[in-house]
Design a protein around this ligand. Structure first.
Ligand code: SF4
Ligand code: SF4
Length: 493
């Protein structure tokens, strides 16, 4: 019997742009005699025949030197030259490398990890996840015999009481908060619809609860944050999970800031503010300075919606372990630890790189402390802040988390190029992090939803493959298994 409900279908969903960016470019000279050998050879459909002419149409699919049948070497008249695409090398940064951007686009198009040619597991930061490796035992180097359906990657979100909703999600992730205002309504809906297709959740962030999300209430987490924008009892009563956000890992101590240009009449209406004026979410919650104060918050939600699960999102200060224990004793079901690498392009780099603790340090610390306190199995630990790949998911779970909250990777699935212009002017020129009605139309809702579904399907498949290689049948077996990890600093010593 299958352990999981049926996952959504992958539908091949190519780029919405006419010339998708690839890692390589093939130059075809006038010497080409149109013999069609390249069309025949290429396993990836880079070359096509159109109206009797041989054309190199899908440069972005070329895997370059890793190609098993290099067309440029086989061409009888030497009419093809393979070069690296210079545009590719200008994209991204050390954490979100061009390889990671393109491999995420590949997953969003095809629902699987790239076959070759792109490094899809790690970035080039030379720190954090990029220096951690999963260690597969030799006995399981070939994939185990278990069928994919026999590997359970689902997790329980309520592990503490019988009176609140019992919620199991079939994948160890749900969407982290992104507000209406920081991203467009289409981006928001694409994320929520993809979450609903997986039976998981997606958080509203703190920009209110747009009516368009109503059909997906069962898969929405409504957020209560310091600005209290759009927070209403009615929206808290609609959902099965409510989140308190105390801080964001990308900018702890700074609160939120939505520039005036992005505060359109619709955004202002949702936030009960004035269009065109900047909006600040202060730091901290001025009603919370102790665990007792926090408990009053939790009790408030439980009074309004007694069956709701409560998740509490915090950044990762040095005493994050104490914070986590306080969160548990105040009555929460989920601790959401948000480390320092996350945030959209709007989060200032100086904050991201210098304030909170990286998530890979915070999670083991919290996991250990909760165990010592005897409460680890009573609370769900979700991690976010720089989870870019299914390998990052496996690594953070091995460090002690139960699951992760997704964010930037979903924006990349919608073809974000990490240009860091999310907050300026009318927002994102690619129509993702914008509130401008014209720019919002750059994304079609069906396209956006399917791209995120495909990405998450690729993550799901890869996580199952990782567990099989580790000889495990359940993702819960991986929690806290630091022995499944190696740090490059300590290898070969
Ligand atoms: S090098 Fe290989 S992948 Fe690239 S276009 Fe030629 S045949 Fe296709
Ligand atoms: S492409 Fe859009 S969402 Fe991505 S970083 Fe640039 S402005 Fe932000």
């Amino acid at each position: 019997m299958s352990l999981n409900s049926k996952p959504p279908e992958v539908v091949i969903t190519p780029s919405r742009f006419r010339n998708p960016i690839g890692k390589y470019r093939l130059h075809r000279t006038d010497d080409c005699i149109g013999c069609g050998k390249c069309v025949e050879l290429c396993p990836y459909g880079v070359h096509v025949i159109q109206a009797g002419h041989v054309l190199t149409k899908n440069h972005y699919r070329c895997v370059g030197p890793e190609c098993p049948n290099p067309c440029h070497e086989a061409c009888p008249v030497g009419a093809l030259a393979l070069n690296r695409n210079p545009t590719f090398d200008t994209m991204g940064d050390l954490r979100w490398t061009p390889d990671l951007l393109l491999s995420t686009w590949y997953m969003a198009e095809n629902g699987t990890v790239p076959p070759r040619g792109l490094e899809y597991r790690i970035g080039a930061s030379d720190g954090g996840f990029d220096r951690l490796r999963l260690v597969f035992p030799p006995a399981h180097r070939s994939q185990s015999e278990a069928l994919n359906e026999d590997v359970d990657i689902g997790i329980y979100l309520n592990r503490r009481d019988g009176s609140s909703h019992h919620i199991r999600i079939d994948v160890p992730f749900y969407g982290g908060g992104m507000s209406y205002g920081s991203v467009s309504i289409i981006t928001m809906l694409s994320r929520v619809r993809a979450a609903a297709a997986f039976g998981t959740f997606c958080c509203t962030g703190e920009g209110g609860y747009p009516d368009e999300l109503k059909p997906y209430d069962d898969h929405v987490i409504t957020q209560v944050a310091t600005g209290l924008f759009g927070v209403r009892e009615e929206t808290i009563q609609r959902v099965r999970i409510a989140e308190f956000k105390y801080a964001q890992g990308a900018k702890p101590g700074l609160g939120g800031h939505l520039l005036g240009d992005k505060v359109t009449p619709a955004v202002a209406g949702m936030r009960e503010a004035v269009a065109g004026y900047p909006l600040f979410s202060p730091f901290p919650f001025h009603s919370v300075y102790s665990v007792e104060d926090h408990k009053k918050h939790v009790d408030w939600i439980k009074t309004i919606n007694p069956k709701a699960l409560i998740t509490v999102k915090v950044s990762t200060p040095t005493d994050v372990d104490m914070v986590a224990v306080g969160i548990y004793y105040a009555g929460a079901h989920i601790i959401h630890l948000d480390g320092s690498y996350g945030g959209t392009g709007a989060a200032p780099d100086i904050a991201k790189k210098n304030i909170a603790m990286p998530i890979e340090y915070a999670v083991p610390r919290v996991h250990r402390f909760l165990k010592e306190e005897g409460i680890r199995d009573k609370i769900t630990v979700m991690a976010s802040g720089g989870i870019r790949t299914p390998h990052d998911v496996a690594k953070i779970i091995a460090l002690g988390a139960d699951g992760v909250c997704t964010g930037t990777a979903e924006l990349v699935a919608l073809e974000c190029i990490r240009c860091h212009n999310c907050e300026s002017g009318r927002g994102c020129a690619r129509g993702i992090a914008t509130t401008d009605p014209e720019l919002t139309e750059l994304i079609d809702l069906e396209w956006g939803t399917q791209r995120i579904i495909n990405l998450l399907m690729a993550w799901r498949k890869e996580l199952i493959r990782i567990l099989k290689r580790l000889g495990m049948k359940s993702i819960t077996e991986l929690v806290g298994r630091t022995d499944c990890l190696a740090h490059l600093d300590y290898m070969n010593k």
